[in-house]
Write a protein that binds this ligand. Sequence first.
Ligand SMILES: NC(=O)C1=CN([C@@H]2O[C@H](COP(=O)(O)OP(=O)(O)OC[C@H]3O[C@@H](n4cnc5c(N)ncnc54)[C@H](OP(=O)(O)O)[C@@H]3O)[C@@H](O)[C@H]2O)C=CC1
Ligand SMILES: O=C(O)[C@@H]1CCC=N1
Length: 277
Amino acid sequence: MQIGFIGTGSMGSIIIDALLTSRSLQPSQIIAANRTLAKVELLAERHPGLVVAANNDEVVRRAEIVVVCVKPFEYRQALEQFADALTAQHVLITITSPIPLEDLAQLVPCPVVRVVPSITNAALGGMVLCEFGPQATESLRKRIYQLFSALGQPVEVTFSLLRIASDISSCGPAFLSYLLQQMIEAAVVETGISREAATFFTTQMVLGFSKLLEKEIFTLPELEARVVVPAGITGQGLIPLKEHVPGLFHEVFKRTHQKFAEDIEEVKKYLDSMKQT
Ligand SMILES: NC(=O)C1=CN([C@@H]2O[C@H](COP(=O)(O)OP(=O)(O)OC[C@H]3O[C@@H](n4cnc5c(N)ncnc54)[C@H](OP(=O)(O)O)[C@@H]3O)[C@@H](O)[C@H]2O)C=CC1
Ligand SMILES: O=C(O)[C@@H]1CCC=N1
């Protein structure tokens, strides 16, 4: 079985790297195309045997599962380049959220699936969110779970939960990175600690924190309660956090959902126009 990739930018290359470093696939089982050829050639240098396709059409003709890793507004052009080569035997996977699967399914002759990765999958961790289109069978579900379990923990999400699940699982690493960088910056400015030392302490704290959660030693509220010693120091630090943070993530999620709704509206316009041609 050959798996095809259309788009080997940030996420496409992370998925390919993860499938190969986990040894779930051999490089020769992957064929990939990218608009800028140099990016896919670089991947082939990293993974000798990976097949570089001249174009998207070639990927679809040679692969059974096709993973499309382009951005939502690049779909129209990409689909026009490969849709004619799809048959009922293919499986088309999209990794982006604002492409409704029912609309995509109407444009292609094969089952469609959504697999939303996370940057955490680069370390073979975190979640892989899966949504299955109208024609997906139980055996297809099993195949997709099996393939993508190499990247992280696959979980099925309905379209109604997709945005918030993806906000937490896929956007979350950026949100958390931003907050941690703010913590580092404040430490540097307020105390004169070097950025290098503050970054080291922060990184080690997060690694230890992850282990606590992984080993299920504490829940988040238990962990907080154990650190906030009555009349102690952490409680003082929490005062400004409790003053400023509540409400913040409401705004974060309102904005991601708003942008998602706008993207879907735009995407639906061009998918509808493609249905008519
Ligand atoms: N970044 C993340 O953490 C996550 C991203 N996603 C989703 O992944 C998708 C891709 O994001 P990301 O990888 O960050 O974006 P990138 O811009 O890094 O990658 C997109 C790639 O697609 C290529 N491309 C565009 N059009 C075509 C085409 N017609 N044929 C072939 N290749 C094409 C681009 O080529 P070129 O080199 O010419 O630009 C580029 O390499 C997004 O929709 C995003 O929602 C999902 C979960 C997490
Ligand atoms: O910012 C984005 O659009 C993508 C979706 C999930 C993570 N990154």
